[in-house]
Ligand binder design. Sequence first.
Ligand code: ARG
Ligand code: ZN
Length: 467
Amino acid sequence: RRPCVVSTVLLLALSAACTGASGSEAPPGAHGAKPGAAGVGDRLFPKMGNGGYDVTDYRLKLDYTRRSKHLKGTATITARATSALSSFHLDFAGLHVRKATVNGRTAETKRQGTELVLTPAADLPKGRAFTTTVVYDGKPKTIKDPDGSEEGWITTDDGAVGLGEPTGSMAWFPGNHHPSDKARYDITMTVPKGLSAVSNGELKQRRTNGSRTTFRWHSGEPMASYLATVAIGRFDVHKTTHGGLPQYVAVDPHLAGQSTKVPDQVGEVIDWENKTFGRYPFSSTGAIVDRLSGLGYALETQTKPYFPFAPDEILLVHELAHQWFGNSVTPRTWKDMWLNEGFATYAEWLWEEQHDGRSTDRTFRDFYDGTDDESDGIWDFPPADPPSAARVSDSPVYGRGAMVLHKLRRAVGDKAFFTIVRTWVKEHRHGNADTKQFIALSERISGKDLTKLYDVWLFGKDKPAKP
Ligand code: ARG
Ligand code: ZN
């Protein structure tokens, strides 16, 4: 979530990189093997993700030197071919590829913008698992989003952070960078001694060898690549277990004074969200509080949301709610993002209502009337249909998305509404889901025809008449 409205600047350079035509020119091979497509057909981000395979595991072995800002990496990617492949793509921006192998044999590589095309020594049969390694290095770059904000690899005053929704991960590792392909991750990062590396999941090993320290982090539950992160710098670590769940909160010492409540608040918010949405979906929880004043947003990076400043409680509510909505139940395409942001925003409204704040009816009215700070621009487009990549993180997706959920709640009643929410989270746990499925589920559980409600509030181009 962004604390302020960032203007939507269309960056032609990135648009060109992300919205070209799909397909690749390599000739089809023997036994029906064909080149894998350069994208998965996402209308808003046609070049993101790749066709013909499904990643199961990423093993990233990374090494970062703060002074030279140099990253060295070996990505070992295990995937299953979903069609017979003569070549396939990975999304990768910047950096130098030193060597690539597929199933242990050298593969030919070619760079085309943010596409890395690999041609293995032998065709890959449909259905078979295969392992790709890419050895790379260089100075990773910061990517400018279509909406003008920054992601990818960003240096801080004591280190750096790799993160990014929707496309930032391609700046620090090659992969199938689309939310529809979730995988397990093992991220190992070596940094100068004295610095820490914090990532998703659980810390499995920490070892100092001479002047360098290695941290190995493991994410056993599937993760979409836009939720991967690694934060390097000096951190005070607050390690606890909360209701049996390991909790790891890393705080930049500069923000220690402003963050004293964060570890307890994370626990408190998780407890409330557990009760409201159903059991927390991951093996650990936490937060990363870093000092990165240039970054205008927090991000719900899996198990440990990233905050570029000390978060207040309502921002924790938002980013932690994403662990259910977005991280466990992940949108199938980028235009389904209102299912992330609408729910995370509605979690804020519910928290406020249940903690002596505004009622959700009041918040709904404030958004409708335009008197809430975050209601600017919410009628610009329907939440389920952002007109371009530049607008997937705009206010209709957030505020008007939450309004759709509130209208649904009032139409079906609290009992059915919370059953819908918990069933959604349970049925699609660790998977992908889309808007159509949400509509179908809400109609199934409530036994109501909700066509009109969704037509007006979710798909309607104009501001609906005052309810
Ligand atoms: N999903 C993040 C949140 O709601 C915000 C991501 C902003 N990214 C961007 N490219 N504008 O917390
Ligand atoms: Zn959000």
